[in-house]
Design a protein around this ligand. Structure first.
Ligand SMILES: [Zn+2]
Length: 222
């Protein structure tokens, strides 16, 4: 089963995506995580990514195609994926469509995590991340030191979790969302499942799993 999760940064895509992938035993592919791994490992691609990120430029057309294709291809071998953080613009949606066609597969469902800008900003202000292992947590406002529960590194705020940057990213996302959905619909078996991103992560996970199980059970040969 192949699942795409769309939503602005701060919509709760990561927690939803990770929960669905572990529940349904699908590979979780996060563009953020695979990008940060390239940068951390100082690969050629990672260095190019840093350039675009540092200069706040969207990736050029085709830039991520091979990286995404490789990850999707591996995931399909093992039963499917949950894709998070890509595509973020229409040219990437076209890229994804091409990749899926080349691999002779489809998306089963697209989850559209609809979240208003004020909620996205509130969440980003509280977000802490581990730069060693990609753990994401919430700043509870205490003054104690924040250590990563996975690897004990010190958690920090993401450089781009500033209100003006969040707003810029949100507006970019909103400007592309409908075009992305229009491109993905024809390669999606089930449909677009719109979820209310203001709801709690626990609720979102259970409602998404409910719909996904319905879908699985409605398929022939299931
Ligand atoms: Zn860590």
């Amino acid at each position: 089963m192949n699942i795409e999760i769309l939503g602005p940064r701060g919509s709760g895509k990561t927690i939803l995506g990770k929960s669905i992938s572990s529940e349904l035993q699908l590979k979780y592919i996060s563009l953020g995580e695979i990008s940060r791994a390239e940068i951390r490992n100082d690969t050629q691609l990672g260095r190019e990514m840093s350039y675009f990120i540092d200069n706040k430029i969207l990736y050029p057309k085709g830039f991520l195609k091979e990286l995404i294709r490789r990850n999707i291809s591996d995931a399909i071998e093992s039963g499917g994926f949950v894709l998070d953080g890509y595509p973020r613009q229409r040219s990437e949606a076209i890229e994804l469509k091409t990749i899926m066609e080349e691999l002779n597969t489809q998306l089963d469902i697209v989850i559209d995590l609809d979240t208003p800008p004020d909620i996205v900003k509130q969440r980003a202000e509280k977000r802490l991340i581990c730069t060693s292992c990609d753990y994401q947590g919430v700043d509870l406002g205490t003054n104690t030191s924040h250590d990563c529960p996975n690897c004990k590194s010190v958690l920090s705020k993401r450089e781009d979790d500033r209100p003006e940057e969040i707003e810029r990213m949100y507006n970019l996302y909103v400007a592309e969302r409908d075009a992305i959905l229009d491109i993905l619909r024809p390669i999606t078996v089930y449909d677009v499942l719109k979820l209310d991103g203001t709801r709690s992560p626990g609720y979102l996970v259970s409602i998404a799993i409910f719909h996904l199980n319905n879908f699985i059970n409605s398929r022939p040969n299931s």
